[in-house]
Design a binder for this molecule. Sequence first.
Ligand SMILES: *Cc1c(COP(=O)(O)O)cnc(C)c1O
Length: 387
Amino acid sequence: MNLKPPFHRIHLSNPEFDGNELRYIHEAFQAGQIATSGAFIPQFEQKLEEELGEGCIVALNSGTSAIHLALLLLGVEKGDEVICQTLTFAASANPIMYLGAKPIFVDSEKQTWNICPHLLEETILDRISKGKLPKAIISVNLFGMPCQMTEIMEIAQRYGIPVVEDAAESLGSKINGQHCGTMGDIGIFSFNGNKVITTGGGGAIHTLNLKWAKRARFLSTQSKDNFPHYEHSEIGYNYKMNNIAAGIGIAQLDSLDRWIKKRREIYHFYETELHQLPGISFLPEPEGFFSNRWLSTLLINSREAGFDTNEIRIFLDKHHIESRPVWKPMHLQPVYQQAMYFGGTIAENLFDQGICLPSSSHLSMQERERVLECFHLMYQRNYKKSY
Ligand SMILES: *Cc1c(COP(=O)(O)O)cnc(C)c1O
């Protein structure tokens, strides 16, 4: 196989447009509806509601604003404590800070890489013993893998704490047939450019509570009271999704199942081809769990493999292939130095050993082989070095 440049670069996760995206954009322009009012917005919300099976969707301009609104709906205020999975993208936690509340980060479990239910309960008990009942819990379904939502909801309900399910990466993932993003008190989605479906930039809130959905709409459109002039009795936000984005979203939803199937195929390709190599391990789905496999991830034990995640990342990059370390835990981020943390080194080890491989749904067989070839070359190189 010829790995010499020039070779097109393989990216981690790029969107695909193979449906009515351009047609709907065109229609939005023709109708003169390119801003935050227009027919595509309620249509997109309805289509997503149908996909998820129950509850109410409010379309927003990002997943981050969806988390911010979710915390506002739950009444999080300055000085409140909010529990958050430490192993995640910063956008899960930053809205806690927007509200002047305090994040409390909790370690992951090995089975799903997501928040550990036992540690979650220990954390809650510790905070209660200090007279501080956490105001909310943010759980995340990393790389598409659902967290242990049944256990998490049981614990949360025992102490009366609402759960925000950050399903930004897990649209279409399920536990026993129930969709991620519909199992918490509020679920949030992201339609950013690199997610399973994209609207350019966008997000959504999911809730079964119609009053919350109504209030999310109110807050996301500058909190306008019902008057002919602009009257405000509350601070509002400019968080609504625009009509062009919603049009793109409608087209993208048509392809969701097909793209998840492809992403899962890519994961299975990597797993089948790489799992027998020394030091490589994967993240299988627990019984009843269905992951959209947004990003294919694997762990590298550097002692057994003879190279670490950083070396393979640089090697892949030289061969024009993008890969990325797993999210750096929030409690290790400089900006969260002061934050409280409960747990050990599981998230830290996942960060050290985890790597995300190219996972775009349009990744061709040839491109998959290129990734594979780099792994084989890496092993060969190390084999030669040891002589
Ligand atoms: C992408 C992402 C977000 C934020 O979504 P945006 O639409 O980019 O604001 C939040 N949480 C997680 C886990 C994400 O991956």
